[in-house]
Design a protein around this ligand. Structure first.
Ligand code: C5P
Length: 232
């Protein structure tokens, strides 16, 4: 499986499918709230028909029973990866895995990863808005350990935290890292950013890249350049 996941943050199905038309081989894509809420679950079937792997990024966070039922339904879409917010706690994360097991198609449930702290969250935002004291890395590591204890397959974190998470949770535990920018790019709303080569050095299992690919002059070549960097 490729190491780069392209965030299909498009307003509607037409734009997303038009973007994908330029890729002649299957790639990994991320369908997030923007596209899923506009296009509905059928967008998943259409992307799967083209052979792409799908990370469905809906970041669930609710009471355990609701998350369990929602995950049961998401598993039926037969996507490759789903996610939730670790802030929902261990009981919620365990319920999510139960739901995925109940809804899975075939033997393999979708992988489930937990968002630790959004890559748009800085220390100031975490301390002042979320009222979580200390450094971002400590909160991220705490959530990663909870995710592992609850049976999740990995976490969403920034590149800057990837190595420490692997030290604590093991190399098999996935670190999926958004907040990827070339040095020449604007950070936009992201705060904890890094380049693809730093992501490679820090051991990100997968990187999620949105605007640096989708808004580039040549998305196809940008994708394969990044993939080459990640494969080293
Ligand atoms: O355009 P950009 O590369 O910043 O897009 C990053 C993508 O990753 C967005 O779709 C965003 O929702 C998602 N994401 C993130 N930070 C997280 C989890 C997901 O930026 N912690």
């Amino acid at each position: 499986m490729n190491k780069t996941i392209v965030a299909l943050d498009f307003t509607n199905e037409e734009e997303a499918l038009y973007f994908l038309d330029q890729f002649d081989k299957p790639i990994n894509v991320k369908v997030g709230m923007e596209l899923f809420y506009s296009a509905g679950p059928q967008i998943i079937e259409k992307i799967k028909e083209k052979g792409h792997s799908i990370f469905l990024d809906l970041k669930l966070h609710d009471i355990p029973n609701t998350v369990k039922s929602a995950m049961r339904n998401l598993a039926k879409l037969d996507v490759d990866i789903v996610n939730l917010h670790c802030a929902g706690g261990k009981e919620m994360m365990k319920a999510a895995i139960e739901g995925l097991e109940e809804g899975k198609i075939g033997d393999k449930r979708p992988l489930c990863i937990g968002v630790t702290q959004l890559t748009s969250t800085s220390k100031e935002i975490m301390n002042n808005d979320l009222l979580i004291e200390g450094e971002v890395i400590d909160a991220v590591l705490h959530y990663a350990k909870n995710a592992k204890d609850s049976g999740l397959d990995g976490v969403v974190c920034s590149v800057l935290e990837s190595k420490r998470i692997h030290e604590i949770c093991g190399d098999e535990f996935l670190t999926v890292t958004p907040g990827i920018r070339f040095s020449s790019d604007s950070k936009d709303d992201q705060k904890r950013v890094a380049t693809p080569s730093i992501a490679k050095e820090e051991g990100s299992s997968y990187i999620v890249v949105g605007r640096s690919i989708t808004k580039s002059q040549d998305p196809y070549n940008t994708y394969y350049e990044i993939e080459k960097t990640m494969r080293g």
